[in-house]
Design a protein. Sequence first.
Length: 154
Amino acid sequence: MTSPSTGPVAGLTTLLDQLTGTPDTPAAENDDQGTPQPVFRDVDQFVTGYLAQVIERRVASGPTPGINWCPRWWAHPEALSRLYALWRAWETLRVNDPHTGMSIWWRDHLDPHLAVLTGDAGPFARCGSDRHRDPEALPAEPAPAEVLAQFPDA
């Protein structure tokens, strides 16, 4: 993809090149068996190098309305699990459905997960763009053995 080398368009070009697998991007790399390799090495690279760059939302700050986001997203088990799932789905759809996979990823994966992550009851609800509050686990008591014994895999 040929485009300007400076400004916001250059950044967009880099992000789009990751999808198309142009020769200068990691998306074009295959292993010894010809299997495409992930564009991003891990979920951190995916969130910081892609997701945080392409998502444009106002982040709530004091009385300013917006989405809830935590700069320490990785410190929230639910967020980490959801973002890991988003990364894996992105990598899979990029390779297995290069024509419509990204649209499917946005609609079926990112939109619902992002709504939960950033919603009023989501894992980032008590955080802000400049602060982190430790997550609080749901109260849960161990199930009695007689309850577990009722399941076929007990």
